[in-house]
Design a protein around this ligand. Structure first.
Ligand code: SF4
Ligand code: SF4
Length: 736
């Protein structure tokens, strides 16, 4: 910019405003914009004027004077808020922490805290992720001098990022193990060591509503949001970034120098959530500091593609991995087999010993050679355990005593045994202080463990390393068998009129028939046949198909039943149901990104195109309101306003059939979406119905169909009990 404009180089005051992050604004007009850029590419600055501008430093004193009333009001309100929360919670025995990151918001918060409270009233905790920019570390040192009376503490993971990246594989947008391993867990453990394991603590943080839509909805005080012993207070929630800067500049509080380089958000130097603009600025100003991380990302391309592909790194291909397929560390270490009322786990290259982790499930009460008797809350089990350097083999019986909670706990224990590298993230999940990591080894205090399985359910697959390194099979290679065609009403009309004979006609094109066949099979109308791992579609109409076809091609109820089956049988429909909330808008790109990234992007695009075409050309989109086209590219999932009672009952029975239990809770249904091990999908996710309406609807079902469903929504009891019918039989109620 200095080639085109004249501006003072010796001032600390700002010269231009930034709009968004890439656009530079002078007197309300955008005069330049940075375009492109990334780790290896410099951005281009595009000027909107050829005029040789003479820029002046902004007069901070004057700016403050003009905004004095507002600024003083903000400052006083925040200070009063801090004092008020301190008075309230200190009376209840809480301790107080100021979370500090070295960024501008932290600096403001710290200054306000130092004005509101005495230094001995709170600790300042800096969470050092090990991925901080050198200017952030310097800012922390400056802060210690600036507020020399405050008690600064540093929370840091026992593993360096280089080591954890090697063990877990680099983080990705859907594998953000790093936030837990390098930030939240070390902070929680430090706080516990400062104030005591069971002590309650108030954490003041620098969260601001302006930062994101989600944060804009936060309350200023959040009790038990992160954990039951913690209250989070957002003292500067209402401040805008210009007000934060104005306060710091006016009060001559130093800035983290990273802001002077244009970096707008101080955080980890390489982050799976960062924008390319941020990557470009960091690469330009701190090349030596990101070299090791870039090297690790480049290594991925060497392994996955057999060649160095910097474009893949720069464009964030690594950010969207969903498992270990592209990593050299990626491997499946747990193999499971069920036969003759026995379950066998074979663990290869395991990091821990099964017997050390087993107490989560139950305790060994007797052992002879490799035979053990295990007492658990599910009953007594016989177990054999054999191990050598390469492999551990565990067989447990009887399987019949294992309900799905016990089974998923055992799977989590197997994953922990196979993958745990001792990152400590499970420790804060344990309410009994029983889960410990000592010298990298899991140790469960048998006398303390209450077998609550919190440590098993906290992370998908029971361990973040397992999730990060797991390699999916090829069964999901191509979710689009629809040949780019949607499930059109006109196609279905043709099928209803002619039955299976339509496939011998030539009214539709060849690919359109193939597509229709696939949609009908996944909707439950045509029979599917499984041969080994391969599935084929026949032209035989199922019993469900016969019932549904009798409603004709225009009946929304018939389409709602087909949609419910698609939610279970079609990869793309299921992904849609689980990832698009009621009332949310979505587009092609969003859905392509939601689908498993182990699937080739070309196939993901085709599958999404087919689904969107289904929304446009069938009652699923409009009458069931699953995808209402708003404009050319954007859709709204408004949700089914008045769901048919029998369709809801049918989907509850489908849930029971898929999960294997006719007795479950409302909470199970609500949690199914976030539980990757769940085999069932909640009707509220299939049809996009909000929680309260769905709860009312389920109660209504119990009144309307007492022979088919009983519910008890009293206090914490939210049981749903279905009777001895099949989902198919339930459909007869619609005729009645
Ligand atoms: S979280 Fe629950 S199951 Fe896990 S170790 Fe702690 S008490 Fe035991
Ligand atoms: S089992 Fe828990 S502590 Fe061990 S690596 Fe996995 S997430 Fe970390």
């Amino acid at each position: 910019m200095d080639q085109y404009w004249d501006y003072p180089k010796d001032t600390d005051a700002p010269i231009l405003w930034a709009e968004g992050v890439r656009r530079y604004v002078l007197n309300g007009t955008c005069i330049a914009e940075a375009q492109g850029g990334g780790f290896y590419t410099k951005p281009v600055i595009v000027r909107t004027t050829d005029e040789r501008l003479k820029l002046r430093a902004i007069d901070i004193e004057r700016l403050y004077e003009i905004n004095r009333d507002l600024m003083i009001s903000l400052e006083h309100k925040s200070i009063y808020f801090i004092q008020e929360q301190y008075a309230k919670y200190s009376a209840k025995g809480f301790s107080f922490i100021c979370a500090f990151s070295g960024g501008k918001d932290s600096l403001l918060l710290l200054d306000l805290m130092s004005k509101a409270l005495a230094p001995s009233d709170f600790y300042v905790v800096f969470s050092n992720t090990g991925m901080e920019l050198s200017d952030t570390v310097k800012a922390v040192e400056k802060a210690k001098k600036h507020w020399s009376k405050l008690r600064f503490m540093e929370a840091k993971c026992h593993m360096e990022p280089e080591e954890s990246w090697n063990e877990f594989g680099p983080p990705a947008s859907r594998l953000r193990w790093c936030c837990s391993v390098h930030k939240s867990v070390p902070t929680v453990l430090l706080i516990q060591s400062l104030v005591g394991e069971k002590s309650k603590v108030v954490v003041f943080d620098g969260v601001r509503g302006e930062e994101s839509l989600r944060r804009s909805k936060y309350e200023e005080v959040g009790e038990g949001v992160k954990n039951s012993l913690q209250v989070n207070c957002h003292a500067i929630l209402k401040w805008s970034s210009s007000e934060v800067f104005l306060y710091l500049l006016k009060n001559k509080i130093f800035l983290n120098d990273a802001y002077r380089c244009g970096i707008y958000r101080v955080g980890c130097k390489v982050c799976p959530m960062s924008a390319k603009w941020q990557d470009a600025l960091i690469a330009a100003h701190y090349p030596g500091e990101i070299a090791e991380s870039l090297h690790q990302l480049e290594e991925i391309t060497l392994f996955a593609k057999g060649r160095l592909d910097k474009k893949y790194v720069e464009e964030g291909g690594w950010q969207s991995r969903a498992g270990g397929k592209i990593l050299k560390q990626g491997e499946n270490r747990v193999f499971e087999q069920v036969s003759d009322n026995e379950i066998t786990f074979s663990l290869v290259h395991a990091k821990q010993n099964w017997l050390d982790v087993l107490p989560i499930f139950g305790n060994i009460v007797e052992s002879v050679g490799n035979q053990y008797t295990v007492q658990s809350k599910h009953g007594i089990f016989t177990m054999s355990f054999d191990a050598d350097d390469e492999k551990q083999t565990i067989t447990l019986s009887p399987c019949s005593k294992l309900d799905r909670y016990a089974l998923s706990a055992l799977r989590a224990i197997a994953n922990k045994t196979a993958y745990c590298v001792g990152c400590k993230s499970c420790i804060p999940q344990c309410p009994a202080g029983a889960f410990q990591i000592i010298d990298g080894r899991i140790q469960i205090r048998q006398s303390s463990c209450i077998h609550c399985y919190n440590c098993c359910t906290a992370f998908e697959r029971g361990c973040m390393v397992a999730k990060s390194l797991f390699v999916r099979g090829d069964s999901v290679v191509n979710p689009d068998k629809y040949r780019n065609f949607g499930f059109r009403q006109s196609f279905y009309d043709h099928f209803c009129e002619n039955g299976a004979q339509c496939f011998g006609m030539e009214v539709l094109g060849k690919d359109q028939y193939k597509s229709l066949k696939q949609w009908l099979a996944e909707s439950g109308i045509l029979q599917r046949v499984q041969k080994g791992t391969k599935e084929s579609v026949t032209t035989d109409i199922t019993a469900l198909g016969t019932k549904i076809m009798s409603y004709g091609p225009y009946n929304p109820f018939a389409w709602s039943i087909m949609w419910a089956n698609l939610a279970y049988n079609s990869i793309v429909a299921r992904c849609f149901c689980l990832n698009v909330d009621v009332g949310a808008t979505f587009d092609n790109a969003y859905l392509v990104n939601c689908l498993d990234h182990d699937i080739d992007e070309k196939y993901r695009r085709q599958a999404v195109n087919s689904l969107l075409s289904t929304f446009r050309d069938s009652p699923i989109g409009s009458a069931l309101s699953q995808g209402i086209s708003i404009d050319k590219a954007l859709y709204l999932r408004a949700g089914w306003d008045y769901p048919h009672a029998v369709a809801l009952l049918y989907t509850l029975y489908l849930y029971a059939e898929h999960t294997g239990s006719k007795k479950f809770t409302f909470t199970d249904l609500m949690n199914a979406k976030n539980n990757k091990d769940s085999l069932g999908i909640s009707p509220s996710d299939i049809y996009a119905i909000d929680v309260n309406s769905f709860r009312d609807a389920v109660q209504g079902l119990a009144l309307q169909f007492p022979k088919y469903i009983r519910v008890s929504f009293i206090a914490n009891l939210d049981n749903i009990i279905l009777e001895d019918y099949t989902s198919l039989e339930v459909l007869d109620l619609a005729e009645e």
